[in-house]
Design a protein around this ligand. Sequence first.
Ligand SMILES: O=C(O)CCC(=O)C(=O)O
Ligand SMILES: [Fe+2]
Length: 368
Amino acid sequence: MYGETEPAAAAAAERTAFRRAEKQYKLYKPPKPKGRARSKRGSGQGGGGGGEDLSSVIDFHALLAAGDGGLPAGIGRSELAGFDRPIFCFLDRPGFYFIPGALSIDEQCYWIKESLKTFPQPPNRTNLTALYGPIFDLLTAAKNQKILVEVKKTDGQEISEQNSDGRKIHSNNFKFIEDSEIPKGEVYRSTAATTLFRKLRWSTLGLQFDWSKRNYDVSLAHNKIPDALAALAKMMAIPAMPSGEEFRPEAAIVNYYSPSDMLGGHVDDMEADWTRPIVSISLGCKCIFLLGGKTRDEIPIAMYLRSGDIVLMAGETRECFHGVPRIFTGSDDEEISALVSQLCGEDDSFILNYIQNSRININIRQVY
Ligand SMILES: O=C(O)CCC(=O)C(=O)O
Ligand SMILES: [Fe+2]
C-alpha cells in the first residue's frame, strides 16, 4: 500500500482536512447493543461508540432506492444510452462516476475467486514477492495448510520442481511442504501459507508497478490483463470516456484489505493520460471511501463503497486525493450475506471465510 505520510510530516499532516477525516472514520466504532450504551460521547444521534459520526457518509444505494426525487444538493444522476445502469456523479468533481451494484452476485463471486486464486500468480507481483520471490498457488497451499519453508541449498543443488501445468516453480529456495515433511535441521525459515495469505496486501496485473519508484517498470515480466477483466473494464469505463473512444486496460492493482487496513490519501498520477478513467471495482466488505480535492486541505466527501459497486475517476478527479480509511467487517453486512449463498461449495469455505472479513479492490488503468 502507499500514500502513507512520512513520519517527519505526520504532525503537520494531522492538521489537514483530509487527515482529520481519515482519523474520524478510522476511529469510528459501531454503537454498542441496546442496554449497554454508555451515556458519554457517542451515544447521541448517529454517533458511534467512539463519538464519531457516519451521518454524512453518502450512501448511493439508499439514494438509488429513494428514487429521483431525493437527491441531495451537489449530486447528479444520469442515464446513458446503451448503458443500462444508474450512474451518480458529484457536480463539483467532474470525471467522477459511481455505478452502484454494477456487478451481479455471480460476477462478484467470480472476481473474488480470481483475485485470490489467479491474480497473485507469477509473473504478477505481490507484496510478498520481494520477501520470498515468486510464490505459485498460494491459495491452494493455504487451503491445504501447507508451510512455506526456506530450504538450505547444498552445493550444486538447484531447488526446482514442476507444478501441474509443467511450469517450473521455486527457482528461489522457498517451497510449500506439509507440516509433517519439515526436514529436521535443514530448514531455517518457515511460514504457514495461511499466514502469508493473510499478509497479501496487493498484487499487480498487466504492466507491473514498481512501488519503490512509484512508476511502471515495463522491463518486468508480465501477462496482459485477463480478457474478461479487460472486457468488463472497457464496458464500465464508457460513462467516463470521450464518446466513440475505447478504454485500453493495461495495468491493474488489486488491493486486499483486512479488518484494520486502510489506504492513506494519495493521488494516482503515474498514467500518461488523465482523461482516461481508473476503473475501480469493490468486492467483499463495505468501506468508507474519501474523495478529497486537489489539496489535502479540502474537506473530502465520504461515501460507502459496497461489494459490486464500481467507481470511475477521470479528468479533474484524477488530480484529487482519495483513500480508504475504514472497512466494515462483520456478519451483519447485507452484501456479504448475499455472497454466502453463492460461495457454498465445499471448496469455497476458505474464500468465504476470507471475504467475510476482508475487502478487495481491483483498479484498472490505461497507462499510455
Ligand atoms: O480501495 C479502493 O477503493 C481505492 C484504491 C486506490 O485508490 C488505489 O489503489 O489507488
Ligand atoms: Fe488510488
